[in-house]
Design a protein around this ligand. Structure first.
Ligand code: AMP
Length: 209
């Protein structure tokens, strides 16, 4: 199954993708995670995009598309994939159309107030990428990853100013994709305000149709 998870930052795309990838046995391809991996390992790409990610702006289309193209050459994409955070512009969507045919685009819907609450409370384990929330999904010991014992970090772009910029970027550059895919008849709308288990249950039900 070839899936795209679309929706504003903080809507839970990554969390649901982690559940869905096990269930459907397909890889979770998060362009944000791929960029963060490169930044962490100080690669050429990482150096190029570090400041862009910290500000919440978008990485240029050409760079992002090339990275996704490379990722698709890996064997694990044969039976499908979940793209999380890609495409984010109409230009990227057009490029994706040339690479793969999609079965569905899952549109995660969440209001602005809840998005800000979720993003500002989000914490992450830098080495494993595991995500927590200080209120909704706290670690066993405050500020410490349950598995590695490492200190949790707040993503640079989960700080207030970057959050507001990301929401603006989403509204202007990414939201038009909803109508783009709705016209193609492949959008599935999901209420993302519920618990991860409930949200995944609605995704599963919608995709079974
Ligand atoms: P995410 O983890 O999906 O919130 O992505 C984090 C950041 O990575 C974004 O704010 C962008 O700076 C960059 N990024 C991720 N995916 C894309 C994309 N498809 N196009 C451009 N920039 C992206």
């Amino acid at each position: 199954m070839n899936l795209v998870f679309l929706g504003p930052p903080g809507a839970g795309k990554g969390t649901i993708a982690t559940i869905a990838k096990e269930f459907y046995d397909i890889p979770h391809i998060s362009t944000g995670d791929l960029f963060r991996y490169n930044i962490k390992n100080d690669t050429v790409l990482g150096k190029e995009v570090k400041a862009i990610l910290a500000s919440g702006d978008l990485v240029p289309d050409s760079v992002t598309i090339k990275m996704v193209e490379d990722r698709f050459t890996k064997d694990d994409c044969k039976n499908g994939f979940i793209l999380d955070g890609f495409p984010r512009t109409i230009f990227q969507a057009e490029a994706l159309k040339e690479m793969k045919e999609l079965d569905a685009v899952v549109n995660f819907i969440l209001d602005r107030e809840e998005i800000i609450k979720r993003l500002s409370g989000r914490r992450m384990c830098k080495s494993t990428g595991k995500i927590y929330h200080i209120i909704y999904n706290p670690p066993k010991i405050e500020g410490i990853d349950d598995e590695t014992g490492e200190a949790l970090i707040q993503r640079e772009d989960d700080k207030k100013e970057a959050i507001l910029n990301r929401l603006d970027v989403y509204a202007t550059q990414t939201e038009p994709l909803i109508s783009y895919y709705r016209e193609k008849g492949i959008i599935v709308d999901i209420d993302a305000s519920k618990s991860p288990e409930e949200v995944f249950a609605s995704v599963k039900k919608a995709l079974a149709k």
